[in-house]
Design a protein around this ligand. Structure first.
Ligand code: B12
Ligand code: SF4
Ligand code: SF4
Length: 317
């Protein structure tokens, strides 16, 4: 049964693995160990602690397994228009698909499972990279992001609880280690604009990552130590993925998804409340899943327009 489901998902274009739910406690301990070793900034430990939920939900049929699924995800480009100039802005993989794709995957998964009396539900609050690596689906890169041969690092991870039993032979339990190719590379380390990837420890200093400041709701304005030229995306940052030799093919597949005209760009820059936006603009941002980051959009766009590392006008890449 497990084999048939994993093959079915592969035919649909995904890469997937299954593990027994009994490993949950080990995942929790892994993160706890990082904290005990004083590896995590206090704020970050709190963020991870508040985010992760290792309690198995009660359900009619006991949860027995976790499916972890990777779906290929491209870079997306949006064109803004300001003072007669077109400003292309990139959105890294995963952002525009963060909610839609897991729903699609859940449907495919349940097409197979329900025919045999089983079921799967999405679980967002687990450490997905760690599960992907332990399940044998992915490997860590030196940039702390995970990699799969067919997708590079350009994929979204989605996890699902299921009542389908998972035996030892269904799992491909694997070691936590960095890819061999990283030993002689380090391109991602030197390109990180905020020194969040230090090179002397594996885990990034998440409290220095640009993404933390331009994505999460409630994070402070950009601190002074972030150089203006660091900004390179509308949300998130691509500097530790673009130079990676394992992403060479993926970088070609940029999808241009929207054109934001002069009037619309001005409204965003003026930081109008989301509810004040014209319905057509609000719908565009919602379709791109960018409405979720609207709280940072005005300052992110200003920072991008002022950054010398933004894309040259009218260029794809
Ligand atoms: C919080 C979070 C962030 C935080 C913290 C990031 C971090 N490094 O943990 C911030 C805001 C900084 C962030 C940034 C980004 N994120 Co993020 N993030 C998350 C989230 C919600 C939780 C991650 C988490 O649990 N971290 C906890 C840490 C402790 O996990 P970990 O790194 O796997 O930790 C293990 C290893 O470090 C290992 N370890 C410790 N020491 C050592 C030593 C060695 C040698 C080795 C090998 C291992 C090792 O032990 C740790 C625990 O076991 C997940 C979604 C989810 N539900 O998991 C997305 C997620 C990890 N993010 C993702 C992405 C895409 C990004 C960005 C690329 C976004 C962007 N800029 O475009 C950046 C990448 C930054 C980077 N270089 O890591 C994707 C990753 C997809 C992939 N291909 O791997 C995820 C999975 C979202 C998704 N569903 O697809 N993110
Ligand atoms: S996403 Fe950007 S800031 Fe964060 S670790 Fe990667 S290169 Fe550094
Ligand atoms: S850029 Fe080089 S060191 Fe970094 S993840 Fe890619 S291969 Fe590894």
């Amino acid at each position: 049964m497990v084999e048939r489901i994993l093959e079915y998902l592969q035919k649909k274009g995904y890469a997937a693995r299954i593990i027994s739910v009994k490993h949950l406690k080990e995942f929790q301990n892994e993160i706890e160990k990082l904290n005990e070793a004083k590896y995590l900034d206090a704020g970050m430990y709190k963020l991870f602690n508040d985010f992760h939920n290792f309690n198995i939900p009660a359900s009619a049929n006991p949860i027995k397994s976790i499916f972890i699924v990777a779906s290929s995800s491209p870079i997306v480009k949006i064109n803004f228009n300001y003072n007669g100039v077109r400003f292309p802005a990139l959105i890294p993989p995963t952002y525009t698909e963060y909610y839609k794709k897991p729903e699609e995957i859940k449907q495919h998964l349940n097409e197979m499972l329900e025919s045999c009396g089983y079921n799967a539900v999405r679980v967002a609050r687990l450490p997905e990279k760690l599960i992907a690596v332990r399940s044998g689906l992915a490997k860590y890169g030196a940039n702390n992001i995970t990699y799969i041969p067919e997708f590079g690092s350009f994929f979204l991870l989605s996890a699902f609880y299921s009542d389908l039993p998972c035996t030892g032979t269904d799992e491909t339990w694997s070691d936590i280690r960095v890819m061999d190719v990283c030993k002689n590379c380090h391109a991602c380390i030197s390109k990180c604009p905020t020194a969040a990837i230090t090179g002397d420890r594996f885990l990034i200093k998440a409290e220095r990552c640009l993404t933390y400041y331009n994505e999460f709701k409630g994070t402070p304005e950009f601190p002074d130590w972030i150089a203006p030229e660091s900004h390179n995306c509308l949300v998130g940052c691509l500097r530790c993925q673009l130079p990676c030799p394992l992403n060479r093919e993926q970088i070609e597949k940029v999808e241009v998804l929207a054109e934001i005209d002069e009037a619309e760009t001005s409204l965003i820059l003026e930081n109008r409340g989301f509810e004040e936006l014209p319905p057509a603009l609000a719908a565009k941002l919602e379709e791109l899943n960018i409405s979720m980051y609207y709280h940072h959009l005005s300052s992110n766009l200003k920072a991008l327009i002022n950054s010398k590392y933004r894309l040259p006008q009218n260029n794809i890449m």
